[in-house]
Design a protein around this ligand. Structure first.
Ligand SMILES: Nc1nc2c(ncn2[C@@H]2O[C@H](COP(=O)(O)OP(=O)(O)OP(=O)(O)O)[C@@H](O)[C@H]2O)c(=O)[nH]1
Ligand SMILES: [Mg+2]
Length: 492
């Protein structure tokens, strides 16, 4: 056996597949409230760069543990090695079809896999579990019991005292709330199960931690690209020579918002992929879409930077402090003499507010008339987008793969602004790049070069911002004390 293998065993519907899913970082494992969801043993390797670090085998658990134990007891002689009797059990019943589930899970154990025995800590201990625990003890393979605290605040005292008799180690592990660090802590414990697994488990831990750093870096690249794309984004629409531009403005505004939203969704999809959460569903609920964020006073005060922070970050104070924004600002400087249009109809009311994003429409007389909206010049805009990206990253990077419920971003959204928590030094670095993009560059080649440089320069500070996230706080991932009960499994 080149890498550690763990067979996950336990009663029906106790969270076995959840443990497999979280430890293998695989959200394709079938986890469901329907008892008996897992019908046969299946391997789930934890792979990084196509190297298998360890394998989890999901199982349906025992079907007829008491009967199997009776068979074992009948067939052991006073001197016989209990493990040999288990081997005999599997040999005899493998093809007879009499104990298919028992044979399926015992075979890999006899081949050298360690055992992870899962119990639901919120259900009381019952002696009916003893038969399966006893069979596992007979195999003499390394085994750890995991108490899954499905319902919180349950007392595990009784479980602990029983499990301690059958297993080499007992841990509390919440497969649904475990963070990356808690997964690593469990691996650290698992390395003690078998002497010869120490080095492969150490290697697995080092590779997983390395991979985690790579993921944060890749996420920063994704977010930097998204920010630049959204900051320079425009929407255009050619209109007939004599047509009234007002007619087209609402449609153009919708198109612009749609483009912003789609670009954000693309970034979010890429973040999910980085953390192998391809099936993650977001419960948007009341969640503000980008444009709602931009047009909501609450968001401006909560989610972006406070005015003073933006100004301290080097942004133009004028846009925020100046009240009504002059419709001509920006446009005239890079499209001299071409501005015929004004504000967008639906958003006009907002133009009287100092919270207003700097959005304009230009009518370009070059190839006929054209309406244009964007790019967004308001200094707070990229901070709101960045804040949303940091929140999203927190969710996908820390969420256990066992969870199948939708992500409630609304709750997170109502939390504190992440960007305003960043150090002022980091904010300055990021704002400097945002400010560069706000300056229009008439030559397209220069503009593209600038965008390219900004994308590159944003990666490092954004990576730092992601690493400073606060998601290990109790709100998103309550820390669970890991309980260890060392000591062997005394024979009875
Ligand atoms: N809230 C919460 N729910 C959990 C936890 N562990 C498991 N569940 C839920 O319990 C149900 C059963 O979980 P599974 O992981 O499918 O359990 P299983 O032991 O593999 O079940 P079978 O394959 O049917 O034997 C699912 O609805 C899970 O979402 C937990 O730690 N917290
Ligand atoms: Mg299952």
């Amino acid at each position: 056996m080149t890498h550690p293998v763990f067979v996950v065993v336990g009663n029906v519907n106790r969270g076995k597949s959840s443990i497999v899913s979280t430890l293998a970082a695989d959200d394709t494992v079938r986890v469901s409230p329907v008892p008996g969801t897992t019908r046969e043993c299946r391997e789930f390797p934890m792979r990084v760069n196509s190297e298998i670090l360890y394998t989890l085998i999901d199982s349906p658990g025992f079907e007829r543990a008491r009967k199997a134990l009776s068979w074992l007891e009948e067939h052991q002689s006073a001197t016989s090695d209990r493990r040999k009797v288990v081997e005999e059990f599997v040999r005899v019943h493998k093809d007879s079809g009499e104990f298919p589930q028992e044979c399926a899970l015992l075979q890999p154990v006899l081949d050298g896999a360690a055992i992870l025995y899962v119990v639901d800590g919120s259900k009381p201990f019952s002696p009916r579990y003893e038969a399966e625990m006893e069979i596992l003890r007979w195999t003499a393979q390394p085994r750890m019991a995991l108490i899954n605290p499905v319902e919180k605040n349950a007392s595990y005292q009784e479980w602990r005292s029983v499990l301690d008799q059958y297993f080499n180690m007992v841990r509390v592990f919440d497969a649904h709330l475990a963070t990356f660090d808690q997964r690593i802590q469990l691996l650290v414990a698992l390395r003690e199960l078998r002497e010869e697994w120490r080095s492969p488990v150490d290697r697995a831990i080092a590779i997983l931690q390395d991979d985690r750093r790579r993921a944060a870096h890749e996420s920063a690249v994704v977010i930097a690209d998204m920010l630049v794309d959204m900051l320079v984004m425009v929407a255009e629409k050619p209109i007939p020579e004599e047509a009234d531009p007002e007619r087209f403005k609402p449609e153009l505004r919708d198109k612009y918002h749609d483009k912003l939203r789609k670009r954000e969704i693309k970034g979010q999809t890429e973040l999910r992929k980085i953390y192998a959460h391809s099936d993650l569903e977001i419960d948007a609920g009341e969640l503000a879409t980008v444009e709602d964020d931009l047009f909501s006073e609450a968001t401006w005060s909560q989610m972006g930077l406070r005015n003073a922070q933006v100004i301290a970050g080097g942004a133009s104070a004028g846009a925020l402090a100046g009240g009504v924004i002059d419709a001509g600002v920006g446009g005239t400087s890079f499209l001299a003499g071409t501005i015929l249009g004004g504000m967008i109809g639906g958003a006009a009311a907002w133009y009287g507010s100092k919270k207003l994003p700097d959005v304009k429409i230009h009518i370009l007389p070059n190839v006929g008339r054209s309406l244009r909206i964007g790019p967004m010049k308001n200094p707070n805009f990229p901070w709101i987008v960045l804040n949303r990206a940091i929140l999203y990253h927190e969710v996908v990077s820390h969420r256990a793969h066992a969870r199948r419920d939708k992500v409630n971003l609304v709750e997170l959204q109502q939390g504190e602004s992440r960007v305003s928590k960043l150090s002022s030094d980091l904010r300055m670095k990021i704002e400097k790049q945002f400010a560069i993009l706000r300056k229009p560059r008439p030559l397209q080649a220069v503009q593209l070069q600038t965008e390219h440089a900004v994308r590159r320069n944003l990666v490092e500070p954004i990576e730092q911002a992601l690493n400073q996230d606060t998601s290990e706080s109790p709100k998103t991932a309550p820390a669970k004390p890991g309980l260890t009960f060392p000591g062997g499994a005394p024979s009875r």
